[in-house]
Design a binder for this molecule. Structure first.
Ligand code: SME
Length: 158
């Protein structure tokens, strides 16, 4: 991904000039990634409600999804809420525990977002291509999460 450093610098700028709701800034980050990375067709951030054991969509770019709330353990996102590990899905049709958001989606990557060592949420990227995600995407999305974690407030669920 040849524009990764440029994108990370732009995200640095977005999070350091936050002016208003943190979710607006996250929406801008999603829009930037969806526009500038050709194989990122849908980009969203889910955050964990540890009492309800559910994930909640707080920002996204791409086609709106019905799956704005996902129980821990369900789908790729729900599995990452419990595993605390990156999950790369080269072909979503090969997954049993998968929640389809659009028939166009062929692959997915979910990377947990750690704040103070706690997996509080995740970035979720869908692609309409088969098998586009590699270690470069994992390192890139880990870096994105590391930058945005600073603007997530304590009461991010309310
Ligand atoms: N496919 C995800 C659900 C979220 S959508 O991709 C927007 C999953 O299986 O958890």
């Amino acid at each position: 991904m040849e524009n990764a450093n440029h994108l990370l610098n732009t995200i640095d700028h977005l999070v350091s000039t936050i002016n208003g709701d943190w979710k607006d800034t996250l929406n801008r980050v999603c829009a930037l990634l969806q526009k500038e990375v050709p194989h990122y067709d849908w980009v969203g951030f889910y955050f964990a409600d540890f009492e309800q054991k559910t994930l909640h969509l707080k920002a996204f770019a791409g086609i709106p999804t019905d799956h704005t709330e996902i129980p821990f353990g369900k789908g790729i996102c729900g599995q990452v809420a419990e595993s605390n590990a990156n999950f790369v899905v080269p072909d979503v049709q090969a997954q049993d525990n998968y929640i389809a958001c659009s028939i166009d989606v062929k692959s997915e990557i979910v990377v947990p977002l750690f704040k103070a060592g706690v997996n509080i949420g995740q970035i979720d990227v869908d692609s309409n291509r088969i098998n586009p995600f590699g270690p470069e995407d994992e390192r890139f999305l880990e870096a994105v999460n590391d930058k945005v974690k600073n603007i997530i407030p304590e009461n991010y669920i309310s």
